[in-house]
Design a protein around this ligand. Sequence first.
Ligand code: CP3
Length: 344
Amino acid sequence: MTGAYRKIIEVLEGQTVSPPPVWLMRQAGRYLPEYRETRATAGSFLDLCYTPDLAVEVTLQPIRRYGFDAAILFSDILVIPDALHRNVRFVQGEGPQMDPIDAAGISALKGEGVLAHLAPVIETVRRLRRELPEETTLLGFCGAPWTVATYMIAGHGTPDQAPARLFAYRHPEAFERLLSVLAEISAEYLIAQIDAGADAVQIFDSWAGVLGEKEFEAYAVKPVARMIEIVRSERPQAKIIAFAKGAGLNLKAYRQKTRADAIGLDWSVPLSFAAELQKDGPVQGNLDPMRVVAGGKSLEDGIDAILEKLGQGPLIFNLGHGITPEANPDHVTKLIERVRGAAA
Ligand code: CP3
């Protein structure tokens, strides 16, 4: 039975839950000593993602410590390019790397075998749903085509994704093909996660904010709308959160056009605008992760402002981007206490 009593699902259905449910993007990660310990035994980062015993363990660590309302599958958005044979590596201190793809590589891309390659991740989802407390929502996820494509084209992270923007101007047809291949594969991957027990899924478009107006429509809105359409056509009950970081004023149209159940908000979204967006449906966010590093009054004030402006409507309390390795685990305890102490 999938529980409508899972608070995050209630919010995704449009209800106001008070106090709001809370989880944090990147809640399993290097700020936790128990994560660093497991990570040290895993070999490579991808080994950690592809070993269900270990991936289940690190997913559960923040649930045991804090009792978040959601667990997010431990994996990475770059397992898709890895499954597409792009030779993905996570080099300590340098971030992700892979073989950069060109127009010829894009025409040769084949989606076959991707789900077989990702079978261990799906197995992790299955085990997690069995091991998690009944009331904890299990979130699956994947990257949005644009964000995944930026890494595939550059072969590594860049400050502003200039290589992918340039490639899209020079080779628009190849670029559109890359996005549509990624959209189809990612939708099937999300469906597999839902079938394995994910209660809802989040699509991360971390680099949406570097796109111009037309490109936002073509590269951020269109492929995500397509993914959501595919997922809903096969699994009509699917609950989907779309997080387009830096999308700003585009967010209103982004929700309408993608038909996501909830939209994630980064910390630069003004709370007055966030309240407008909340009139159209649930929102998730948007505390600056640096407030969790700083702690004290800046943490308290940031939490209170969100609760005051968004606490009377459908809200999933979260950060505006992932928690950073510098965050103090005790500040997370304080964050949860303060959010949960909030009365309607
Ligand atoms: O706890 C969770 O949120 C679940 C796991 C998760 C990870 N990555 C684990 C991870 C999730 C949801 C992601 C998403 C992800 N990965 C995104 C989108 C969200 C965002 O933060 O913008 C992106 C762009 C990536 C790609 C990626 N993975 C980068 C750029 C890096 C290196 C930078 C960094 O933070 O280290 C990673 C590595 C990564 N993914 C780590 C973790 C815990 C750290 C690697 C390690 O432990 O050695």
